[in-house]
Write a protein that binds this ligand. Structure first.
Ligand code: NAP
Length: 247
């Protein structure tokens, strides 16, 4: 039997990058994946890739900042599968600028997706999981949430905030048998980091004792472990998957 057989998971921002790889990983472990993204073509591509590998997936368009769309996502999932075993709050954006130059819109947009979006999806999912008395909520933090980063006031605030929400939810939901954890990736090669200058990426890989950037598979493996019963006594934690980055 596969590790995530009969497991229903929702993955936000699953149209590309870490979310896409995590969707493929969960499907390969036997899970049925609800692929969530803003972009329909990306969703269809991921759902088709999973189905080609004989995995199970459906796609649902949803902007995590829109509470009505989030409500629809959760209701459709429960109507289709009857329950939600895990959710991965992976959708996230950057809008970098130094503190003195950052526009209000840059600050607000990142807070809206990375913090409010996690709250929106986490809250609706928790309502379902509390009723069913089981479930796992996994949130995407970042090494930047732990150590800060030049030019990422907005992003660092959200990723630190995600840790606070994770620990609070773990305390509230533990008695309902719902586990809540977050993963703090280091610098991972995805479309998000492709925008960064080579100089910065070289510096980041130099900060890891392992001397490399991470891969989306490194993060997908951590999510799959935390969602599985192998992690049944782990809640309220931040799992750093960053190659031992030293600031
Ligand atoms: P990515 O390649 O930019 O992918 C992010 C995905 O999220 C995209 O498919 C994007 O859709 C989707 N998305 C953005 N806003 C959304 C919204 N409002 N509602 C629904 N979906 C939305 O990012 P990534 O590098 O894979 O990162 C995934 C997560 O890991 C993020 O939370 C990120 O902060 C975190 N993380 C990444 C790294 C890294 O080095 N890559 C490090 C630490 C943490 P569109 O394509 O349609 O815009």
């Amino acid at each position: 039997m596969k590790r995530l057989e009969n497991h229903i998971t929702i993955i936000t921002g699953a149209g590309r990058g870490i979310g896409e790889t995590t969707a493929l990983k969960f499907a390969s472990e036997g899970a049925t994946v609800v692929v969530v993204d803003l972009n329909e073509a990306d969703i269809n591509h991921v759902v088709e890739s999973i189905q080609k590998l004989e995995g199970k997936a459906i796609g649902i368009l949803c902007n995590v900042t829109d509470r009505e769309q989030v409500n629809n996502l959760i209701e459709k999932t429960v109507a289709t599968y009857g329950r939600i075993d895990s959710v991965i709050n992976n959708a996230g954006i950057t809008a970098d600028s130094t503190l003195v130059k950052m526009e209000e819109q840059q600050f607000d947009s990142v807070i809206d997706v990375n913090l409010k979006g996690v709250f929106n999806v986490g809250q609706r999912t928790a309502q379902v999981m509390k009723e069913q008395k089981s479930g796992v909520i996994l949130n995407a933090s970042s090494v930047v949430g732990l150590y800060g980063n030049f030019g990422q006031t907005n992003y660092a605030a959200t990723k630190w905030g995600v840790i606070g929400m994770t620990k609070s939810w773990a305390k509230e939901l533990g008695k309902h048998h719902v586990r809540v954890n977050c993963v703090a990736p280091g610098f991972i090669m995805t479309p998000m980091t492709e925008k960064m200058p080579d100089k910065v990426l070289d510096m980041m890989s130099g900060k890891s004792p392992l001397g490399r950037l991470g891969t989306p598979e490194d993060i997908a493996n951590a999510y799959a472990f935390l969602a599985s019963s192998e992690a049944s006594f782990i809640t309220g934690t931040v799992l750093s998957v960053d190659g031992g980055v030293v600031t």
